[in-house]
Design a protein around this ligand. Sequence first.
Ligand code: FPP
Ligand code: MG
Length: 297
Amino acid sequence: MEAIDDLIKQFLKELNYEPILEMLSNVRSGKKLRSKLLLAIAGESKESLKICAAIELIHLASLLHDDIIDESNLRRGSKSVNYEFGTKNALMLGDILYSKAFYELSQMNARFASIISDAVVKLAIGELMDVNLSKNFNTDKEKYLTMIYNKTAVLIEASAKCGAILAGYDESSFGEYGKNLGLAFQMVDDILDIKGDDKTLGKPAMADFKEGKTTLPYIYLFENLDKEEKVKLKNLFRKDLNEEENLWIKTRFKEKEILEKSVLEVKKYTKNAIDAIDKYSNQKLKDIVKAITDRDF
Ligand code: FPP
Ligand code: MG
């Protein structure tokens, strides 16, 4: 992962504009799930590291833009770039990272840029879907699944496909692995928003519902409430909850065993992921699936 960070720093230095480095100096390095995945499939080489660096830059660009859209002040436990340097700077910085990443990809086999640019289009469509779904209380699980596939799983799917191409493996099996892993990953994130606390999450807990995000646990909760409680839950949507309201939601989650039910759904997708690449018996890829689902439920 250090080699990827070094490559990213080198790419950014090549841009010759000091404020870029300054604005990014407080942005903490992420988990680099997409890179870990690609390297677990393809192994380390000059080419694989370069694609990883490009994918991490694109991922970071998408987070910079997402924090503007979500009006978030916090990212990875530190002040977000939009909060610290303003929306205009965060917006342009995202564009710079994104364009530099594609410049680097354009110097390689065209297949990589093709897969990744297709993924970024879907990423942006997923973000639009998220914004639109957040306007009302969404009770449609299919809409939620389509949105998280686009918003989160596509770039993970693309990373797995690029890894497969580099290794000479079957692109579609690895794509299937990445897609299911990505879906599980987002569902775990959505569960942790309810289970976690501000400190472990690096962002405020129980923020999704307030932001209008009716994630899988909320969809299941709604399905399991009686008529009166359904109305009450809908009335709390997008609200700054007081302690009593917060407790009401948390108690209903417990009573109806909603998080357990959501974890079962996650397991369906992790099983699909592992089944898709079973014949390759790659333990590292199985470990990645486990690391994602075992994120402290
Ligand atoms: C986080 O979602 C957001 C994403 C994973 C994707 C955001 C995508 C874009 C803004 C479009 C693509 C743009 C570029 C420049 C590549 P979240 O808000 O649910 O998660 P969070 O809690 O981490 O903020
Ligand atoms: Mg966000």
